[in-house]
Ligand binder design. Structure first.
Ligand code: HEM
Ligand code: MTE
Ligand code: MO
Length: 479
């Protein structure tokens, strides 16, 4: 038996402030760390664990896995947690926060399982103008939150009308439903090509962290107007922040922001989407509501949307401030200053070859090769041309652009500046005689005549974002 008194979790939970004392538990021990808080090398963060267990926090900050930290802690021991409460705690701690993640399509290529990050095989991507939701690339930073549609509430803050709270039903019935076909691309799409130059930090995406869907929902503009947005607001607020309902163990939610101008602009086409390809949003894509910011980097298209804040400032979230920014190839992790670069919003011109795959073999007897791919540009700039070369860039031909599905009428041309959807393209070319290998290259041009850089090295950056060099695949010809 222990010399220490036994405490219930309830008793421990009562001690979670400097006034009431700060108690924590660790492996069944109860500790009164009130006096230690001001000495903690990690600062105020320690209070996040007040009244509860240290384990989930120390799992996040592994600096604590050291003998001297445990010795320090032992000085503050005041008791033992009751056996019953310890058992409950263990069940919670061993339960996997990702266990309620949805099932996924087996064709997806998984870059990371927890959190789930996956892309479809490229040849599937170019099969259809609209990417089926099941194979649409998935990029989660955290576990998928389970949101009950009946009790879901969206909050809109920072406008003269005060806080506007909308249920899912109100969002669907009070505002006209609009649909927008828009391509989403992760800032890290094609990162693996940068990795070949020099190691970068991030998931090793291939060329398919990009997909296209038809989104249905209320216009953000309409919701902001209903919440009291008027021209006077534009003088004091410049940003619209979004908070997701997905959280890490410290309770920090995913967040991002976009310029207010984009959010309220009549031609911004920003949606609070509750539908994807004609059905409810799937869990992985933000059920029940996500923001769709056409022409803007994936990271700002916040899923599982909980809160909208109109503000003078950008989102203070890690993903807005200290990630998703571009730097010089000469900047490394010792010299990088995240404050010195703007957050990525509109993405640059992009294109890639989806078939044939790099390293594929084509039979000479086929006499020709069919090359297919996608092209897209950010900010609503329309792709006007894709050039394809079979000889590494010496000679070029112009690809045929496809917008609608095969056999269906093409999508009507978007109004200028609102080309939110990608273009699929193809070229069927005779196999050049004499060649043993083909170096197939593609590059796209948008309506501002922005073009892709020819090689990766000059645009390499430590985080591996904005990877949009000419895409090259090498194919062998079998005689
Ligand atoms: C760092 C002790 C709770 C977050 C440290 C260090 C010690 C320490 C000794 C320095 C480690 C080293 O560099 O060798 C403790 C004790 C705790 C406690 C005794 C509980 C009684 C927490 C909690 C959190 C936290 C609950 C987070 C929610 C951090 C962070 C650092 C740190 C972020 C790193 C600071 C830096 O990198 O400069 N802690 N800690 N700590 N702690 Fe704690
Ligand atoms: N929203 C929340 N709440 N949590 C997230 O992890 N990931 C962002 C963005 N929105 C993310 C989020 C990133 S980085 C991208 S690229 C897109 O969602 C991916 O959207 P998708 O999974 O629907 O393809
Ligand atoms: Mo992303």
């Amino acid at each position: 038996t222990s010399a220490f008194p036994i405490f219930s979790q309830e008793e421990v939970t009562r001690h979670r402030s400097l006034e009431d004392g700060v108690w924590v538990t660790y492996k069944g021990g109860v500790y009164d760390i009130t006096a230690f808080v001001a000495m903690h090398p990690g600062g105020d963060k320690i209070l996040l664990a007040a009244g509860g267990a240290l384990e989930p926090f120390w799992a996040l900050y592994a600096v604590h896995n050291q003998e001297h930290v445990l010795e320090m802690l032992s000085e503050y021991k005041v008791g033992e947690l009751s056996a019953e409460d310890l058992k409950k705690q263990k069940t919670i701690q061993t339960s996997d926060p990702y266990s309620s993640d949805p099932e996924r399509h087996p064709v997806l290529r998984i870059n990371n399982l927890k959190p789930f990050n996956a892309e479809p095989p490229p040849e599937i991507l170019s099969d259809s103008f609209i990417t089926p939701s099941a194979v649409f690339f998935k990029r989660n930073h955290l576990p998928v939150p389970q949101v009950d549609p009946a009790s879901y509430q969206l909050q809109v803050e920072g406008l003269p009308g005060g806080v506007l709270t909308l249920s899912l039903e109100e969002l669907k019935t009070r505002f006209t439903k609009h649909t927008v076909t828009a391509t989403l691309q992760c800032a890290g799409n094609r990162r693996s090509e940068m990795n070949k130059i020099k190691q970068v930090k991030g998931l090793n995406w291939g060329i398919a962290a990009i997909s296209n869907a038809t989104w249905g929902g209320a216009r953000l503009r309409d919701v902001l107007l209903a919440a009291g947005y008027g021209p006077d607001v534009a003088h004091r607020a410049f940003h619209v922040q979004f908070e997701g309902l997905d959280k890490d163990v410290t309770g920090t939610t995913y967040g991002a922001s976009i310029p207010l101008k984009k959010a309220v602009g009549e031609e911004g086409d920003v949606l609070l989407a509750y539908e994807m390809n004609g059905a409810d949003l799937p869990a992985d894509h933000g059920y029940p509501v996500r923001v769709v910011v056409p022409g803007t980097v994936g990271a700002r298209n916040v899923k599982w949307l909980g809160k909208i804040i109109v503000s003078a400032d950008e989102s203070s979230s890690h993903w807005q401030q200290n990630d998703y920014k571009g730097f010089s190839p000469g900047t490394d992790w010792d010299t990088v200053d995240f404050k010195s670069a703007p957050a990525i919003q509109e993405l640059p011109i992009q294109s890639a070859i989806t078939t044939p795959a790099d390293g594929a073999v084509v039979d000479r007897s086929l006499e020709e090769v069919a090359v297919k791919g996608y092209a897209w540009s950010g900010g609503g700039r329309e792709v006007v041309r894709v050039d394809v070369s079979l000889d590494g860039g010496k000679t070029w031909q112009v690809a045929k652009l496809r917008s609608g599905e095969k056999g269906q009428a093409p999508e009507p041309s978007p109004p200028p500046g609102r080309a939110w959807a990608w273009k699929l393209w193809e070229v069927t070319a005779p196999l050049p005689t004499g060649a043993e290998t083909l170096e197939i290259v593609c590059k796209a041009v948008d309506d501002s005549y922005n073009m892709q850089p020819d090689t990766v090295a000059p645009i390499w950056n430590l985080r591996g974002v904005l990877s949009n060099a000419w895409h090259r695949v090498t194919v062998k010809i079998r005689e």
